[in-house]
Design a protein around this ligand. Structure first.
Ligand SMILES: [Zn+2]
Length: 231
């Protein structure tokens, strides 16, 4: 490839917003993104959703997280632990495994809680939501996501961990927003949608907060942010 062509490719090719990589590969089982593009960053192994969630955090401003205590359930590359005053990771059945339905931590002990693609693995997710809001301080937010938030209106809960469906107990529908209002009645919930630059794939995360400051920052994002629950 000529030097000029190489340079032009570098300038125009999308970059992974997590590691800056420009090479992408197929996902598990040769999966492509809905647009037919390669979804997995070859350098940091992120997928579409990780880069969408990273985009939301970058919009909120990592420099505003420096004094905050973070708890993350399940490892993924959404956040950089160095952004926070402290960062604790809980991995189910492995290191520091916390039961989401009965979290062994005191009230308000974390300012930022990251819980991506975990709730669909928890038997009683309503209890989990109550617990997450209990350990969330007034000066931060809970960042919450699960698979396919766009596709169906109603949640289907089959009541057991289905090995054929990645161990999920349920498939969430848009009616989960009613459950947010019921189980976290003193919180604002904002649904934020963004698009992964590498593949053009949109995804959605919910940001739950009691803080007017974070609510303002969420409304000021150059992304689609919709308030779906108010105290
Ligand atoms: Zn990357």
């Amino acid at each position: 490839m000529g030097l000029l062509k190489k340079f032009w490719r570098r300038v125009t090719k999308p970059r992974c917003n997590i590691c800056g990589g420009q090479k992408f590969a197929r996902g598990p089982n040769d999966r492509l993104s809905p647009s037919g593009k390669h979804p997995r960053c070859k350098r940091c192994h992120s997928y579409e959703r990780h880069r969408v969630f990273r985009q939301i955090f970058l919009g909120l401003g990592p420099n505003r997280l420096r004094t905050l205590r973070c708890l993350q359930f399940s490892q993924d590359p959404t956040v950089d632990r160095r952004w926070f005053h402290s960062h604790e990771l809980s991995v189910f059945n492995r290191s520091n495994s916390l039961d989401l339905q009965q979290i062994d931590r005191s009230d308000g002990s974390y300012d930022v809680i990251v819980c991506n693609h975990v709730l669909e693995h928890v038997p009683d997710y309503r209890a989990a939501l109550r617990e997450l809001s209990r350990i969330l301080s007034a000066r931060g937010f809970l960042f919450l996501s699960f698979p396919d938030p766009f596709h169906v209106a109603c949640t289907t809960d089959w009541g057991y961990s289905d090995p054929k469906l990645h161990g999920h107990y349920r498939h969430f529908g848009r009616d989960v927003e009613d459950v947010f209002r019921k189980e976290m009645p003193d919180c604002h919930v904002v649904a934020v949608t963004a698009t992964d630059a590498a593949t053009g794939t949109p995804d959605l995360a919910y940001v739950v907060t009691r803080s007017d400051d974070w609510l303002r920052r969420l409304s000021g994002l150059k992304l689609d942010a919709r308030v779906c629950a108010k105290p």
